[in-house]
Design a protein around this ligand. Sequence first.
Ligand SMILES: Cc1cc2nc3c(=O)[nH]c(=O)nc-3n(C[C@H](O)[C@H](O)[C@H](O)COP(=O)(O)OP(=O)(O)OC[C@H]3O[C@@H](n4cnc5c(N)ncnc54)[C@H](O)[C@@H]3O)c2cc1C
Length: 603
Amino acid sequence: MAEFQRHEHDVLVIGAGGAGLRAAIEAANGGASVGLVCKSLLGKAHTVMAEGGIAAALANTDERDNWKVHFADTMRGGQYLNNWRMAELHAKEAPDRVKELEAMGAVFDRTPDGRILQRNFGGHKYPRLAHVGDRTGLEIIRTLQDFAVHQPIDVHMECTIVSLLKDGNRIAGALGYDRERGRFKLFAANAVILATGGIGRAFSVTSNSWEYTGDGHALAYNAGATLQDMEFVQFHPTGMVWPPSVRGILVTEGVRGEGGILVNREGRRFMFDDIPENYRNQTADNEEEGWRYTQGDKSARRPPELLTRDHVARAIMKEVREGRGSPHGGVFLDISWIGAKLSNAEDHIKKKLPSMYHQFKQLADIDITKEPMEVGPTTHYVMGGVRVDADTQMSSVPGLFAAGEVGAGLHGANRLGGNSLSDLLVFGMRAGKYATEYAGRQSKPRVDANQADAIVRGALEPFERAEGESPYKVEHDLQTMMQELVGIVRREDEIRRALDSLKTLKQRATQVSVTGNREYNPGWHTALDLQNLLTVSEIVARAALERKESRGGHFRDDFPEKDPSYGKFNIVVRRGPNGEMQVSREPIPEMRDDLKRIIEENK
Ligand SMILES: Cc1cc2nc3c(=O)[nH]c(=O)nc-3n(C[C@H](O)[C@H](O)[C@H](O)COP(=O)(O)OP(=O)(O)OC[C@H]3O[C@@H](n4cnc5c(N)ncnc54)[C@H](O)[C@@H]3O)c2cc1C
């Protein structure tokens, strides 16, 4: 039998980003014994990279804002595929979660009278994003971490979970290895909360960190949970495109929120060319009105640069494809032009967008206070994930919960900027609360030693192959293939080619080998991550094939229009009894009348 360090917890939280930390705090406050596992060092989770802000209808900057407008904006942005109950809870509870964060010590930017300042972001009718310059994620992680380390939470950092454990149908814990020494750890737990983030590393151009290999999505799928909306991958419109070594790094939407404009190589502001019908009433039809909006004029409508991300990304692709792009295959994002409007523009840009200023100065030798940036779409976020109960966050597997980017439902076909950070707090807190309640009702699960042994044997296989291929090579080929064939614009023949290619890549992955020993061995880590990347890539491709229309983050060149019949269901994927991937359609429940009215009133 394999050797394990053994740990027992009522609630095991996998992931220490915003969702995982918030869940762990709630579970500890509820009296559960809590284990918190994360792949990187505590404080280094992907949430730390979040820039622009956290969306909550605090109405500090515009008193017309309230939860109803936020709810309607989120549903419109998600093209009505959202789980409307989650959208309701999120809009109602986000203000309290932000205030609570402030009480824990988060220092947000301030209005002149000392309240939390809020900024404009795409798809939000009113300025709604509480922020700390463009380093909001850092402040959120710092605050939650400071708070969490004073709670009775056992932290297991630099530990990667490779499989969930089950006792019959219910969850029994998880098995992982510590990255430093390569020793296996077995966690027995009554309830497990997945808070593992996203899948962006399945694509070659991405804003996502190395941790984003879809582990939680794959762990849940392999454990029998249902995934939904996986065809909806968000390609953020503005990533860096030059130099090649930094391609994909995010350029926050905050730049456009502060007045940044998008222009093509002819110097034309192309975003005015195509304003979608459902946003026409809310969008400025001239440059002057757009500028006034960014400066807080409440009678003005927002500029078309602040349309939803899916739309802006496709508008940029159109310019590039039709030969009006920038020299390195993007378009220009210009904030320096506000120098013509504000006497203190340079200081203003440096104050509101300090990270962007440094990012371009250091990585591209561009001074954004004086020159435009070159930007293009980058893989950023996955709207799809584990299908959960809206109130409790429990998945279809008893005892398995999911919160944050790994969960699905809130964002539908497209996420609005800022709605992820609030998602983490609202549903992280709920997952922590309900997992604790669930765990308290259960007897200790039975952990099957044979199950654990088999997982360890599988994880060590790459060491046993002497002449296999490098896992990095297979990973690289997978990312390139997904970017080309299942990326921002999709076609049936290309998705089918992707599925064929995935068969070959999976075969190659079974033959990869790693050298050296188990102590901090990145090749081995990559060989294990690769399994998850392959699983999530196939799920994305199969869901993308099933949705024969264009909506939100999913654009089909062969079905470029939205088809109303596809607005009535979510596409779900689960593992069949023989290990086959099953794709089906799950009808969206009829929305409550009071919520329907809110949407009508906010059209
Ligand atoms: C550059 C950038 C800027 C962004 N800006 C914003 C913004 O301004 N506003 C906004 O709302 N959203 C923003 N987002 C999106 C947002 O940051 C993420 O969606 C969010 O932080 C995800 O948080 P999370 O808690 O779900 O996961 P994460 O913060 O990614 O945490 C995941 C955790 O899971 C752990 N983990 C993963 N796999 C395993 C495993 N197998 N075993 C053990 N642990 C594991 C990781 O180590 C990590 O601790 C931005 C994203 C990027 C990339």
